[in-house]
Design a protein around this ligand. Structure first.
Ligand SMILES: Nc1ncnc2c1ncn2[C@@H]1O[C@H](COP(=O)(O)OP(=O)(O)OP(=O)(O)O)[C@@H](O)[C@H]1O
Ligand SMILES: [Mg+2]
Length: 457
């Protein structure tokens, strides 16, 4: 994606020459012949960097610099024909990124622009990454439903399609959004998240679209919204079912046209944003009640992804527990293991709070339980259920017990091979050697069990 650079200079010949050079260097130049026009363009367009002349009729460069720095976080390079040390110092104090004198050395200008863009990107990404987890998102599980989910993610992630992620509380909707972003071409920038339910209704528009100075009481300066911040990246609208009808109308417009207006502004801003939305609400019901727009639903629902409930993938519990134990170990919560009875008891629960509830329970058990091995009794005590005893003569995971012989064998082969593949980081030769099978035999077996080799971690 090319960076857009605004040239503010009252000399037409300079603007034209600069614009020509910028185009040659693959930038998108915009021109303004005075500071007032430049400020107007800044409020309307998504601009990455400004080249600003110091001496201009009307508002001069230093005054314009002050205005720009108050309102936007972007690098400004000053250019001047009559530069004095004092103006250069003053410009730097106000926040200019660089100061270049006329006659302009074009190499110097391009170098400075590239440096300015680089620093701005680093600063912005640092700011955004500070709160988010830097590690690669990891959807744990080998059950057929989670394998299917992974396939869907792999298909949709590289496209620019908007995705509606649905599923119950704590099923992993946010993790799915992070995985889609991570596997997309936009992953060099952080995903921007907005929790629509956590923001008061009267502030959500300003949060999403930004506002102009004086848009409402207390709006002392103008502010970029999340759509601006997500330019070139992904915006995750969490709990979209809780968004007001007014905001829904605006979101719909962005979906159609990739442009919007700030609150209190009448200028249209263009952005390139991919939106992922999530909800645990039944949007069809909300449409019937008149609280969710049908047209937005149909546009968003082009690629629907349903995250399964944990009760539909109880077979994943041992792997999830293993994962969480490792995470807690890294946090210094100690080395604990779960006995087979403990895992069996966890697999008998129906988990209304899904993976989040499971994770919280494991954490609580790890912290509160004094012994190194957590037993079925310990789990049952915390869950308020009865422990499942895995009899010594029948060390079977409970989920196999309701299957007939053929299906139980197939399910076992599937789970066993998938788990072994994961242990060996997807390496088939290593897995074959570890479990004592011919490589070609294992390969055939994996195919017949529909185990996705490409997506084996
Ligand atoms: N398949 C999975 N593998 C590993 N961890 C998971 C998985 N699914 C969910 N989790 C973990 O469970 C917790 C809840 O997940 P997440 O926040 O993505 O769910 P959610 O559906 O957005 O929840 P809510 O409805 O509460 O917003 C997180 O700690 C997440 O890392
Ligand atoms: Mg969530």
């Amino acid at each position: 994606m090319t960076a857009t650079i605004l040239i503010i200079d009252d000399e037409e010949s300079i603007r034209d020459t600069l614009a020509g050079i910028l185009t040659d260097e693959n930038f998108t130049p915009l021109q303004a012949s005075c500071a007032e026009d430049g400020l107007e363009m800044l409020s309307r367009e998504h601009i990455d960097l400004v080249l600003l002349d110091i001496w201009m009729t009307g508002m001069d460069g230093l005054e314009a610099l002050k205005e720009i720095k108050q309102r936007y976080e972007l690098p400004v390079i000053m250019i001047s024909g009559h530069g004095t040390i004092e103006t250069a110092v003053e410009a730097t104090r106000i926040g200019a990124f660089d100061f270049i004198e006329k006659p302009l050395s074009y190499d110097k200008i391009i170098l400075s622009i590239n440096k300015g863009l680089h620093v701005a990107r680093l600063e912005r990404d640092n700011r955004l990454l500070r709160d988010s987890s830097p590690s690669k998102p990891n959807l744990t599980g080998v059950s057929p439903v989670i394998t299917q989910l992974r396939k869907q993610i792999d298909m949709v992630a590289p496209t620019d399609a908007w995705v509606l992620i649905r599923g119950g509380h704590g099923t992993g909707k946010e993790l799915v959004a992070q995985t889609i972003h991570h596997k997309s071409a936009r992953n060099h920038r952080p995903m921007i998240e907005v929790n629509c339910a956590a923001i008061p209704e009267d502030l959500i528009e300003s949060e999403l679209f930004g506002h102009e100075k004086g848009a409402y009481t207390g709006a002392t300066g103008s502010r970029q919204g999340k759509f601006d911040q997500a330019h070139g990246s992904t915006l995750f609208l969490d709990e979209i079912g809780d968004m007001s009808l007014k905001s829904q109308a605006k979101v719909l417009r962005i979906l159609q046209e990739q442009k919007f207006e700030r609150v209190g502004g009448n200028k249209t801003i263009h952005v390139d944003v991919r939106v992922l939305a999530a909800t645990n609400k039944n949007l069809e019901n909300e449409i019937e009640k008149g609280t969710f727009r049908a047209d937005l639903f149909y546009r968003l629902n082009v690629v629907p992804i349903l995250v399964p409930s944990l009760s539909d993938r109880l077979a994943d519990i041992p792997l999830l527990v293993h994962d969480f134990l490792q995470q807690f170990r890294k946090k210094g919560l100690g080395e604990k293991t779960f006995s087979d009875d403990a895992l069996g008891t966890l697999m008998q629960h129906n988990w209304p709070g899904n993976v989040r509830e499971l994770r919280n329970l494991i954490e609580r058990l790890v912290i509160m339980n004094p012994s190194l091995t957590i037993t079925g009794d310990d789990v049952a005590f915390f869950l308020g259920t009865t422990p499942v005893k895995a009899p010594a003569t029948c060390p079977l995971q409970p989920e196999y017990l309701h299957l007939n012989f053929k299906n139980a064998r197939k399910q076992f082969e599937h789970d066993y091979l998938k788990t072994k593949l994961i242990e060996n980081a997807g390496n088939i030769s290593k897995t074959a050697e570890q479990i004592g099978l011919e490589r070609s035999h294992l390969h055939k077996k994996l195919k017949s069990l529909d185990i996705d080799l490409e997506n084996s971690p």
